[in-house]
Design a protein around this ligand. Structure first.
Ligand code: RUB
Length: 278
């Protein structure tokens, strides 16, 4: 099995999750296959990775930048150069986001976004005392990854079921979440639950910050349908006659986002950010 096929399978099965990790692992797999076989069809390999999950523009944009930069540079070296740059830019997002976290704040977060946890870990590294309230994120429990990661750093975490989020948002100082996609149609895509939590946050006047790399801005079309996951993730042995609805993500209107926290700093209109080139 090629690196590309193996990585695409891991992305499909959520063994690799979160837009950043998905995009980086896809780029590594593509570069590995191309360096092992210089005659391999890069566009076809890229297509296999792109089809693994439909709402991952960071994967699409990063792989596109890599293929367009082709030329003489060794594939692995080019991939490493791009990944190192993305990592530097992630540090810039963490720094811009950490400026928002003030001593004593209660920060609500949902699912697992490495960009959001990067912000929180940076704030903690700076010595800012704060508390994180986080939801477990049914059906795949990515919220547990967040809780374990932050607690492992020594950050105070209060973990709860998704439907307890009102307790967390009522009185929270900030709602911080990531993004899979930002659509020219005026919506962002992030883990299912983000939409209802944004609405509740706005009712409680809790500012909602989306921490995202601008590679997540969709460049190739205006809108896209949300990924639907297998019903068995929600209820493996649902009785006959019960139809199970399992959207992976929510589409959230951009009016709910107070500001985007990006590698270019705090940006209200992230759709205006210029495309990222290698
Ligand atoms: C993960 C999710 C994350 C974004 C951003 O969903 O919605 O918030 O992908 O993550 P899933 P990151 O677990 O279904 O992939 O900031 O790490 O890119």
């Amino acid at each position: 099995m090629s690196h590309t096929e193996a990585t695409a399978a891991q992305i499909r099965d959520l063994k690799i999750q979160g837009a950043n990790a998905i995009a980086k692992s896809a780029l590594r797999a593509l570069a590995a296959d191309l360096s092992e076989d210089r005659a391999a069809d890069g566009e076809a390999l890229a297509q296999t990775l792109i089809l693994a999950r439909p709402n991952e523009p960071m994967l699409r944009n990063l792989v596109r930048a890599f293929l367009d930069a082709g030329g003489e540079e060794d594939h692995e070296a080019l991939a490493e150069r791009l990944l190192a740059r993305v990592e530097q830019e992630e540090a810039a997002i963490a720094s811009a986001g950490a400026d928002l976290i003030q001593p004593g704040m209660h920060v609500f977060t949902h699912c697992h976004s490495s960009t959001a946890t990067g912000v929180l870990k940076e704030a903690h590294r700076r010595g800012t005392p704060f508390k994180v309230l986080n939801t477990e994120t049914r059906p795949r429990y990515q919220g547990r990854i967040t809780a374990a990661e932050l607690a492992g750093e020594g950050i105070e975490v209060l973990h709860m079921v998704d439907s307890a989020a009102k307790y967390a948002l009522d009185g929270a100082d900030l709602f911080l979440f990531g993004a899979d996609a930002i659509l020219p149609s005026g919506y962002l895509i992030n883990k299912v639950g983000t939409g209802i939590f944004c609405v509740v946050a706005s009712r409680y006047d809790v500012p909602a910050y989306c921490a995202t790399h601008t590679l997540k801005v969709v460049r190739d079309h205006s809108d896209e349908a949300v990924e639907q996951r297998p019903p068995g993730e929600v209820w493996p042995d649902a009785p006959p006659g019960v139809l199970v609805f399992n959207p992976a993500f929510d589409k959230v209107h951009l009016k709910y986002v107070t500001t985007f926290v990006t590698e270019r700093g705090l940006i209200k209109d992230v759709l205006e950010a210029p495309p990222w080139r290698a």
